[in-house]
Design a protein around this ligand. Structure first.
Ligand SMILES: Cc1cc2nc3c(=O)[nH]c(=O)nc-3n(C[C@H](O)[C@H](O)[C@H](O)COP(=O)(O)O)c2cc1C
Length: 190
C-alpha cells in the first residue's frame, strides 16, 4: 500500500514515501536495520553538538515493550500493539533539546524508510509514567513514544482507524507558511 505524498514540487523519493501508518505487519525487524536507525539519529546535528537524545527500545515480548505500551493512551494502544518495536525518546534539558531530539528522530525515520520500514511517532502517552517506569534522571524528559515496523494490512485495524489509514494525506499549501519581509507576507518563491 502506498500513500505517497502528492507534492507541488519534486522532492526526494524517500520523503514522498514516508508516512505514519497504524497497521504494522507481524514481522520482526532485522537487528542491522535497527542499528542503522539509531546510527542515523546519532549523526544528526544538535546545538553545540550536545546530542541531548536518548532512546529506550522495546521489542515485542520483552518487558520494555510492555512498559512503553502501558504508557500509551488508549487510542494509541489500539494500534501500536501491532508494531514489533516500540521505543521512547528522552531528552536531556537544554535550550534546544526538544528541537534536537525531534531532528534526530527525523534522521532516524528517513534511514528506516530507506530500509523499507515505517515509523509512527506519538505524543499520546504519559510522560510522567515513562519517567517513573524507566527511572529517568533529573533534567531528563520523555518526549515521544515511537512505533516501528513493516507495513501491515489496514484490515487488522479497528474500522474507524481503517478509514484514516486509507485516506489521502493532506498538507497546508506553502503560501501559508513560507514568508518574506514579515510574518504573513507570501514569499516570491511561491
Ligand atoms: C510529535 C508527534 C506526535 C504524534 N502523536 C501521535 C499520536 O499520539 N497518535 C497518533 O496516532 N499519531 C500521532 N502522530 C502522527 C501524526 O498524526 C502524523 O504524523 C500526521 O497526521 C501526518 O501524517 P503522516 O505522518 O502520515 O504524513 C504524531 C506525530 C508527531 C510528529
Amino acid at each position: 500500500m502506498s500513500k505517497e505524498a502528492k507534492t507541488d514540487y519534486e522532492i526526494h523519493a524517500l520523503l514522498k514515501k514516508r508516512w505514519s501508518p497504524r497497521a504494522f505487519a507481524d514481522r520482526k525487524i532485522e537487528k542491522e536495520k535497527l542499528q542503522r536507525m539509531f546510527e542515523a539519529a546519532r549523526w544528526s546535528p544538535s546545538a553545540s553538538n550536545e546530542q541531548p537524545w536518548y532512546f529506550i527500545i522495546g521489542e515485542k515480548g520483552d518487558e520494555t515493550y510492555d512498559k512503553i505500551y502501558d504508557c500509551l493512551v488508549e487510542f494509541n494502544q489500539k494500534w501500536a500493539k501491532f508494531a514489533p518495536i516500540l521505543f521512547i525518546s528522552v531528552g536531556k534539558e537544554n535550550n534546544t533539546y526538544q528541537y534536537d531530539v525531534g531532528q534526530s528522530l527525523a534522521h532516524l525515520t528517513f534511514q528506516a524508510t530507506a530500509d523499507g520500514l515505517y515509523v509512527h511517532q506519538m505524543a499520546g502517552f504519559s510522560k510522567g509514567k515513562a519517567k517513573e517506569l524507566f527511572d529517568l534522571p533529573d533534567y531528563h524528559q520523555a518526549l515521544t513514544a515511537i512505533a516501528v515496523g513493516y507495513i501491515g494490512k489496514p484490515e487488522i485495524l479497528h474500522p474507524r482507524m481503517q478509514k484514516s489509514e486509507l485516506a489521502e494525506r493532506e498538507r497546508k499549501k506553502m503560501d501559508v507558511f513560507v514568508f518574506s519581509g514579515k510574518f504573513g507576507n507570501k514569499s516570491k518563491l511561491i
